[in-house]
Design a protein around this ligand. Structure first.
Ligand code: NAP
Length: 489
């Protein structure tokens, strides 16, 4: 282990011990100060990220705003007590046997390592949701810098460190580290000080870290958000009313950001019909018009080309359209292909993620085959139904099966936007995520980095503030099974 990694781990551990003395309101203030520091980063942040990620300015400006909102909204959630989940069951000495006083809150797990993604240099990287969530939880954080945007990562890290210093928190509350090898990066998972890992990226990367974590004498959670092809189900009545319009909207969602979203809708499932033909004809026209654009980096562009080649060489796959304008090096060409329901059922490779602007349309011979295809689909972050109410009512079995396959089920809308709010679930059954119980977006993502701690018969003055009789934080608590802000007399 290098000296730098060793001292970073020690600082993170020491800071975690010291964090016990900081109040919830100090932690809230820290998060708001970090948000202000990120906000004050000027145009240089955007131009640096643009240069490193090839993402357009408008997209990056929006992503910066989203990142600031994540810090502020998670701070609000902490202030309101929602991530603490405080509950109190008061004593009953009359009962036989007597019931003790039991109170429960959520405490930080310990130092957390965050592996950011290449495709969101702000919102899912160094200062992204995993880091904000872990800090809100009361953890210290070590970020392993993504090599796709090293300067951006450093600028964000410096902003967080300034926030830490200004708020009077110990230096090791947040650290940023550049790893030269996978071995080095994996020490940040296997080391006994580390108590959880947040990851967004490839299936291979996520699973490598899960394996390292599971081999520890004390296995720890790895919250890995990995690949997803986000199926879109076209149901007959909806298709009969607006096939062309749907195809245009779908093409826009598929090719947004050169398809480099974990929620990119890369799979369409429908039953063969004239309306489906109209949908695919319009989709082909739209795809032909898409102007190829630079992908995040040379590796991602190479990965797209290679995975696309593998996909279109599978049995029964027919290419329907490729963007007319030729792609230069580093760019990705939008492509659409189709396959029969039967071929899809016979070949698991057709479910591999082709990260970029690619869609596979599965044409099923009838509703029964569509149900079989759906049953075969792996776990997904999202599934989308383009349907009418009649379609929903007439396809009950399909609709409930789809619900078992995804973390977010969408009706007549598209999955690429991921709203940051408490009700968002950004995660899903394996392999879209390594743990399908938690979201990586929205204030509930804080809960990945806490563990419950119960206090039994504890003197009020020594209880954490969120469990004290007087409810000094004025938060909602479950007291004897009722949600209330009332103090306990
Ligand atoms: P990635 O290659 O999985 O890398 C993410 C982070 O994990 C990087 O810091 C990487 O380090 C590290 N890492 C990867 N494998 C590792 C291992 N075996 N041991 C230790 N550390 C490891 O993801 P990416 O760079 O963001 O994009 C690559 C691919 O991931 C894309 O082509 C796409 O398929 C997928 N992706 C999926 C999502 C999603 O949200 N589902 C988002 C983005 C990307 P190094 O870079 O230093 O190797």
């Amino acid at each position: 282990m290098t000296k730098e990694i060793e001292s970073t781990l020690e600082k993170a551990q020491d800071a975690f011990t010291a964090l016990g003395k900081f109040s919830i309101s100090q932690r809230v203030a820290l998060m708001r100060t970090v948000a202000d520091e990120i906000e004050s980063l000027g145009p240089e942040l955007i131009s640096t990220a643009q240069e490193e990620s090839h993402l357009p300015e408008g997209r990056l400006v929006g992503e910066k705003g989203r990142t600031i909102f994540q810090w502020r909204s998670y701070a609000d959630a902490l202030e309101k007590g929602s991530s603490l989940d405080a509950s109190i069951d008061t004593a009953n000495t009359e009962r036989t046997p007597p019931k003790p006083d039991i109170r429960k809150t959520n405490v930080g797990l310990g130092p957390v390592t965050v592996f950011g993604a290449s495709n969101f240099p702000f919102a899912f990287s160094t200062a992204g949701g995993d880091t904000a969530g872990a800090i809100a939880a009361g953890c210290t954080v070590i970020v392993k810098a993504h090599p796709g945007h090293p300067k951006t990562s450093k600028m964000m890290a410096d902003a967080i460190s300034r926030g830490v210093e200004k708020s009077g928190f110990p230096e090791g509350t947040f650290s940023h580290i550049v790893c030269e090898t996978y071995e080095e990066a994996q020490i940040l998972v296997s080391h006994p000080f580390i108590k959880a890992v947040g990851f967004t990226g490839s299936y291979q990367g996520g699973m490598a870290l899960v394996e390292v974590a599971n081999k520890r004498p004390d296995p720890i959670p790895v919250y890995a958000e990995m690949g997803s092809i986000n199926p879109v189900f076209l149901l007959p009545e909806k298709l009969s009313t607006s096939a062309s319009e749907l195809a245009k909207q779908y093409a826009a969602s598929l090719t947004l950001g050169v398809g480099q979203f974990c929620t990119n809708p890369g799979l369409v499932i429908s039953v063969e019909s004239e309306d489906l033909n109209l949908f695919t004809d319009t989709l082909q026209e739209e795809i032909l018009k898409v102007v190829p654009a630079p992908m995040l980096n040379a590796g991602i562009a190479k990965g797209y080309a290679g995975n696309l080649d593998k996909m279109i060489s599978q049995n029964g796959v027919e290419v329907l359209a490729v963007a007319t304008a030729e792609a230069s090096e580093g760019q990705g060409s939008a492509t659409v292909a189709s396959v029969s329901g039967l071929d899809f059922l016979l070949n698991d490779a057709l479910q591999n993620e082709v990260f970029g602007p690619f869609a596979l349309i599965v044409k099923c011979k009838d509703a029964e085959e569509a149900l079989a295809v759906t049953a075969k689909i792996h776990g997904q972050l999202t599934a989308t139904l383009l349907a009418t109410s009649v379609d929903l009512a007439e396809n009950e079995a399909l609709v409930s099966l789809i619900g078992t396959k995804c973390g977010r089920i969408i009706f007549n809308n598209f999955p690429t936007g991921v709203e940051v709010c408490k009700s968002m679930h950004h995660g899903g059954p394996f392999p879209s995520a390594s743990n399908n119980q938690y979201t990586s977006v929205g204030a509930d993502s804080i809960k990945r980095f806490v563990r419950p701690l119960s206090f039994q018969n504890w003197p009020d003055e020594f209880l954490p503030e969120e469990l004290k009789n007087s409810n000094p934080l004025n938060i909602w608590r479950t007291v004897n099974n009722e949600l209330t802000k009332e103090a306990i007399s």
